[in-house]
Ligand binder design. Sequence first.
Ligand SMILES: Nc1nc2c(ncn2[C@@H]2O[C@H](COP(=O)(O)OP(=O)(O)OP(=O)(O)O)[C@@H](O)[C@H]2O)c(=O)[nH]1
Ligand SMILES: [Mg+2]
Length: 373
Amino acid sequence: MGLTSKSTGTKILDEDIFKNSKTSDFTIGLAGNPNVGKSTVFNGLTGMHQHTGNWPGKTVSNAVGTYSYSNKTFLLVDIPGTYSLMSDSEEEEIARNYICSGKSDLTVVVLDATSIERNLNLAFQIMDITPNVLICVNLLDEAKKKGIHIDFELFSELLGVPVVGVTARKKHTLNKLTQAIYDVCNGKIKPSPKIHFSKQTSKSNTVSEILKKSEEICQKVCTYQKQDYNERDRKIDKVLTSKLFGIPIMLLFLGLIFWLTIEGANYPSQLLAKMFSALQNQLYSLFEWLHAPDFLTGILIDGMYRTLAWVVSVMLPPMAIFFPLFTFLEDLGYLPRIAFNLDNCFKRCCASGKQALTMCMGFGCNACRCRWM
Ligand SMILES: Nc1nc2c(ncn2[C@@H]2O[C@H](COP(=O)(O)OP(=O)(O)OP(=O)(O)O)[C@@H](O)[C@H]2O)c(=O)[nH]1
Ligand SMILES: [Mg+2]
């Protein structure tokens, strides 16, 4: 049983999903909290290149791709991350609308293996809407590093729906997921959720009861080599997101990155400009030797070559410095903290802290625009 995949484009509207679903045997929605690896799972299954990034809010619209497994075609919908079906940011509304629309034959809820307790809240809400749920616990490599062990059989038994564990970055680990999706879609496995968010809340009339239930499940299915596995991260988090130090540390980091980018880019920019200028003289000599007409020299060297050389020498060095530095902050896991620190401030102008990150990236283009003007 081989897996073949086919991409069908990104940023798809709901009508397009409907059209595509007609040509596929099953439609699968990929839901979950932000930054749990949904797009990485999506890319692994469909062979597409959806943008992934270590910060919440990377995917802001539905994207679709298809893959085939055992003579069946599956349409996979990568939904923007959301913490709850009650959230109200634009991309979270897109997620909620799609999940609640009932357009999927199966909803795969992706959980972060290192924060199962927090992630389960959304899973319960989805199980309340549809019984056709499969839980995919991702980031098993990170969980292993932290000494977290998960009993998948017990997990599945307690929830009443199939649970599989994957490390989406390693494609071969997705085989279990493809098999489980196939089995559920073909009726070999029948999910039957045991916990219902709405029923529980009406009984006890409090959401905290549900949270207690999510906590109980976690205690049963997760075993920790070190109980204080999260202690160091929490201490660092407290400082990085504190009211007193959060913003100054953020300004320091971003200031340092911009300074390194602006100052550091001058040297390679000058070097590239000199190199292109030397090459330009050689090109003039070549065109003269070829007796090329003036208008051709004007178009090709004065026009195309000089513009291209100028753009490359001005734009390439800042990008070559800024993006690796930004990726370094991303790999450190600092970007979601920036989003958190700026959330209040951004909310005042009806935006979200997550937008700060794309805004930071946009600064490079603003600077270039100013120079052009
Ligand atoms: N170590 C590790 N990292 C992973 C794994 N899967 C995804 N990641 C990383 O986790 C980060 C988030 O992945 P995405 O696929 O963008 O997450 P997402 O759930 O689509 O995020 P949103 O679109 O913001 O909701 C990226 O940096 C991925 O490279 C995994 O199995 N192991
Ligand atoms: Mg995504």
